[in-house]
Ligand binder design. Structure first.
Ligand code: T46
Length: 137
């Protein structure tokens, strides 16, 4: 599965902690967009889509949440619960986000501007897209 977990360097002292992220250093792409998800309601599940091209790094900068990831061949459940950890999701990965703690803030660094045409929102279309991409390799 085209995912990678990161443990970012923590700069800590008696005042507290700081994590710095720089393009092409900690973040392996040009960051064109940042968004964050917060105030999620109990039991909520979001996502339910894949991206044709977009790469993203997800960091739960407060609280915790879980990710259900699926590349059309295997699935993985990932817990995000540390401010200094992130996960890179390459394109073609079906994602669902769930089990948000009430205080969760999920920050996402994205390689592209928002483009609804990049979304695959139907699971069967996702499987067809994965199969067609693999044929073209
Ligand atoms: C993803 C997961 C992790 C915008 O206007 N601009 C944006 O950059 C984004 C991301 C969303 N929106 C609007 C579109 C919808 O009206 O915000 C609304 C909620 O977006 P969506 O339903 O796509 O949110 P999630 O939580 O299902 O998915 C989001 C990202 O869209 C997606 O790329 O990978 O978070």
């Amino acid at each position: 599965m085209k995912i990678k977990k990161y443990k970012f360097q923590k700069h800590g002292d008696e005042r507290g902690m700081l994590v710095a992220l720089e393009e092409f250093k900690e973040i392996p792409f040009h960051v064109k967009r940042i968004y964050y998800i917060y105030d999620t309601l109990p039991g909520v599940r979001r996502g339910f889509h894949a991206h044709k091209k977009l790469k993203q790094i997800l960091i739960c900068v407060k609280g915790s949440c879980k990710l259900h990831l699926d590349d059309g061949h295997e699935t993985k459940e990932v817990v995000l619960n540390k401010q200094y950890e992130g996960i890179l999701l390459e394109n073609n990965i079906w994602r669902e986000m769930y089990d948000f703690s009430p205080d969760a803030v999920l920050m996402v660094l994205a390689s592209e501007m928002y483009d609804e045409k990049d979304y695959i929102r139907d699971y069967n279309d996702f499987l067809k897209f994965v199969a067609s991409e693999e044929k073209n390799v």
